[in-house]
Ligand binder design. Structure first.
Ligand code: MG
Length: 372
């Protein structure tokens, strides 16, 4: 990759994989990782997992698959702008939600509650578990055997007790160090993607309105500019013009501020990046504005009563599935039965986390509906 910054991650200098493998012949290590992610079963299941809206509510809403593609697109644009490794960011972006449960955050919160006595459930950690253990595709190893750099990017957060169990990839949480700039970018690309597509989906669903969004400064400013330039513009085109401009502002600001941070700290290598403060970030003004947008979405969309109704149904499905399987592991498919009783709750969590929305609903019917 030409023009790569000296502190960018370099696939030729990877810290390697859990199981040793020959270097790929026609691709770099990060490309190989990205390709393995795209070919995984967990990646295909993202198509039928909810972001905010339950999958069958409409064909136009985001799913975790389209969300992940948008994160990759935004991440790649930032990578090129900052001379970071595009393939690494793409791999992290495409893998970052592989461990998500069905039914979005409602599913993750409920599964975490069900698993409280058994080590909890955390979707970042589950994404790592998917790529390290749960995909069974290769003859020589479980998981996808990805490089350290992609794995550390996937593990965005981690509690200290869990970090201690993870070996090398958990160390930075214990040493209070940063991941690569590529991992930092993927994280911000995630935020930029979901804040904006949730505005778009929220408006499309009718749960929030343009009038309400006028209280959000970033939206209001772009709304005024678009209206000034195109006074007659309305409907979907108006919304899309505003959303694309908000994405542009966030991406541009992130690149400019990060470039200033990098110039100030003058890192020379990836090892420098690890010991410096986080260098990828928004300017203070834009940071405040995007926090305001986030707060708006939390109050008005994620906690809208119609979303709450879905959330409550989703939580009930997850809890009932978990409790039924835990009470009688004989109800589980053969692959998920284990002779080690201590492992059983974790295996149940793996099974449930791997379900798509509609699979979870069907499985619930199969267990609880008399007519099935
Ligand atoms: Mg995400």
């Amino acid at each position: 990759m030409t023009g790569l910054a000296p502190y960018a991650a370099n696939p030729a200098l990877t810290r390697g994989r859990l199981h040793e493998e020959a270097a790929p012949a026609t691709r770099n290590h990060f490309q190989r990782d990205r390709d393995r992610i795209i070919h995984s079963g967990a990646f295909r299941r993202l198509e039928y997992k909810t972001q905010v809206f339950i999958n069958h509510e409409g064909d136009l809403f985001r799913t975790r698959l389209t969300h992940s593609l948008e994160v990759a697109q935004i991440g790649r644009a930032i990578a090129r702008n900052l001379n970071l490794h595009e393939d690494l960011i793409e791999a992290v972006a495409l893998a970052h939600d592989l461990g998500h449960t069905p039914f979005g955050h409602a599913g993750q919160d409920q599964l975490n509650e069900c698993m409280r006595e058994y080590g909890g459930f955390e979707h970042n950690l589950q994404s790592l578990r998917v790529v390290d253990h749960l995909e069974h595709r290769y003859a020589e190893f479980d998981g996808l055997n990805l490089t350290f750099e992609v794995r550390e990017g996937i593990l965005k957060h981690c509690s200290l007790p869990n970090a201690r169990l993870l070996g090398e990839v958990g160390e930075r949480f214990l040493n209070k160090q940063q991941p690569s700039l590529e991992a930092q970018v993927a994280n911000f690309a995630d935020e930029i993607a979901y804040n904006n597509h949730d505005v778009d989906d929220g408006l499309r669903s009718g749960l929030i309105t343009i009038e309400q969004l006028a209280e959000v400064q970033m939206f209001a400013e772009q709304f005024a500019l678009v209206k000034e330039q195109y006074p007659a513009l309305a409907g979907r085109r108006l919304i899309h013009e505003i959303v694309r401009r908000m994405i542009h502002i966030l991406v541009t600001d992130l690149c400019e501020q990060s470039r200033r941070n990098i110039a100030e700290h003058a890192p020379k290598t990836l090892d420098d990046i690890r010991t410096l403060p986080p260098l990828i970030g928004f300017s203070p003004v834009i940071d405040q504005q995007q926090l305001e947008l986030k707060r708006f979405l939390r109050t008005n969309l994620y906690r809208h009563y119609q979303v709450n109704r879905m959330t409550s149904k989703a939580r009930r499905i997850i809890a009932e599935l978990f409790n039924a399987f835990l009470a009688d592991p004989g109800l589980l498919p053969d692959d998920y039965q284990t002779s080690n009783r201590d492992e059983q709750p974790r295996v149940i969590a793996d099974y449930i986390a791997g379900m798509t929305d509609r699979y979870a609903i069907r499985e619930h019917q199969r267990l609880f509906s008399i007519s099935e």
